[in-house]
Design a protein around this ligand. Structure first.
Ligand code: ME8
Length: 510
């Protein structure tokens, strides 16, 4: 049986439109999904939308549409962005789908029958005009954070999940599985939260109706997190656990999320699963937060970075590259146009772009576009070839850690080695001496062969660029698995090398 890999993004709320922060998470998952496929894994890559709740119900009302109509409209924007960004997700789950509802209700029933869901009373601050409950912490000077009016302490009947019962089991799991919460620096934050004591969790509401009804008590709808988190298993066919995707892919290998929702994924989710007797995910990875030109991204500051606009201006691959290269995954980062343009001009146009233009132009000039046979091997060649397996090993190691920026640094060192190889071997000088024809041929072969492998390595990050590079060498992208093609010597002498167009046009700085 082939190795499996199950990776998920958060499901995004439909009360916001997609921005660069959402794109970041989904792209990171896409890179890992593509890399794992290239390593021979059977990959299930899930994303989707979180569509229920009072906010969506109200926003729809305000616009004179049904909540489902609103969700249909916004979810399409997410879906079309993922297509544009070349995301290779296997499935797209919506919490309004029947398959999700069935799974969530089943889980609710099962935990309730076990006695870990019970009916109680939920007490919090209620804003009557907004019909919204707020926690003490959410209030602004005691008033509703949305409309600024007075709130009252109110009670509502609610179902509770006995989360307190699973405190010790969760602590034991976190201690026994040091990789469960990543980056490791975030583990302590979760440990101290759990050690302070887990309270039972309110998981239903009667104050709105846009949600999944509680089985056998339909005046309640299941409250957001119990609904949303279950997407990770309902998409695989839960409650059918014996066969199909659930049997093949669960437990998830990694849930990739932003640091804002770590607590829900590292505390609520595992306790739900413990109660339901479902194995826990292997890993939850919380990445950092993007600011824009030094400021928090927000609608009121009108600085929300819209991915479609960026794609139009700079192209898909530069955005994919920039987001994963600029900031170590796990840390916060700042998005600035200057940094983006600098990366495009230096790393993309200069480094990888020039290597292909220079080498393909020389093969066309000196060998009429026919790839020569390697013959004379010198130390400088051996050094270049040896750097390939070293780089691949670094990539494998860093991909496991989701250290995308380190993977890209390693690839760019290899690109740098290629450019240095041209300077050291000075093909233009060899070309002047007819006796050096074989040597010149060897240099040209090695340069192209290096780039055949570089194309494989950059493919998870920049799939279109990899295809363009492969097209220059007449290679079919579909047959390019890293697993089968990483060994030196894949290019057959005599094939035609096309003179490459620049991979990335330089951006003039205004
Ligand atoms: O929280 N920087 O959905 P959401 C980096 N529906 N990442 C960012 C970001 C930023 N400035 N802004 C958003 C939800 N993100 C729930 C999740 S999962 C069962 C339910 C990314 O639409 C980041 O991944 O608010 C964050 O976790 C996610 O968007 C929140 O998306």
């Amino acid at each position: 049986m082939s190795k499996k890999f199950y990776i998920t993004t958060p499901i995004y709320y439909v009360n916001d439109v997609p921005h660069i922060g959402h794109a970041y998470t989904t792209l990171a998952c896409d890179v890992l999904a593509r890399y794992k496929r290239s390593r021979g894994f059977d990959v299930f890559f899930l994303t989707g939308t979180d569509e229920h709740g009072q906010k969506v119900e109200k926003a729809a009302q305000a616009q004179g549409e049904t909540p489902l109509e609103l969700a249909d409209r916004v979810m399409k924007r997410f879906q079309s962005l993922w297509e544009k960004l070349n995301c290779s997700n296997t499935d797209f789950i919506r919490t309004s789908q029947e398959r999700h509802k069935i799974g969530v209700q089943q889980m609710f029933k099962l935990i309730k029958e076990k006695g870990d869901i019970y009916l109680g009373e939920y007490e919090d601050w209620y804003c009557t005009p907004c019909e919204t409950f707020w926690t003490e912490k959410q209030l602004l000077d005691g008033c509703c954070p949305d409309c600024g009016r007075q709130t009252d302490k109110l009670k509502e009947e609610s179902y509770f999940f006995r989360m307190s019962k699973y405190q010790q089991a969760l602590l034991d799991h976190i201690e026994a599985n040091p990789d469960f919460i990543q980056p490791r620096s975030r583990k302590n934050e979760i440990l101290s939260f759990v050690k302070e004591g887990l309270r039972d969790l309110s998981i239903s509401r009667t104050s709105f109706s846009w949600g999944i009804p509680v089985p056998e008590d339909e005046k309640h709808v299941i409250y957001v997190w119990f609904d949303a988190l279950n997407n990770y298993i309902t998409a695989l066919g839960y409650p059918h656990t014996e066969s199909g995707n659930f049997a093949q892919f669960w437990p998830a290998d990694v849930h990739v999320i932003g640091k804002d929702i770590l607590r829900f994924h590292a505390v609520y989710w595992p306790t739900f699963l413990l109660a339901a007797g479902v194995p826990l995910p292997e890993k939850v990875f919380a990445h950092g937060w993007w600011t824009v030109e030094g400021q928090k991204m927000s609608k009121s500051l009108r600085n929300v970075v819209e991915p479609n606009m960026l794609i139009e201006k700079f192209g898909v691959d530069p955005i994919r590259y920039f987001l994963l290269r600029e900031v170590p995954f796990g840390l916060d980062g700042d998005f600035s146009h200057t940094a983006l343009v600098n990366r495009i001009n230096s790393d993309l146009a200069n480094d990888i772009g020039n290597l292909l233009s220079r080498s393909s132009a020389m093969i066309n000039k000196y060998f009429n576009g026919s790839l020569p046979k390697p013959a004379v091997d010198l130390d400088v060649d051996a050094k270049l070839k040896d750097s390939v397996p070293e780089t691949v090993a670094r990539i494998d190691e860093n991909m496991t850690e989701l250290a995308f920026n380190k993977v890209l640094i390693a690839i760019w060192e290899l690109i740098g080695a290629g450019n240095k190889y041209i300077d050291e071997t000075a093909p233009w000088a060899l070309a002047k001496d007819p006796e050096q024809q074989e040597r010149l041929g060897t240099v040209m072969y090695n340069l192209m062969e290096l780039q055949r492998i570089i194309a494989l390595l950059v493919a998870p990050f920049m799939p279109e660029t990899a295809e363009k590079m492969q097209a220059v060498m007449g290679l079919e992208p579909s047959s390019q698995s890293l697993e089968k093609n990483e060994a030196w010597g894949g290019l057959t002498p005599g094939i035609t090398i096309i003179k490459a167009e620049p991979l990335f046009p330089r951006i003039e700085v205004e």
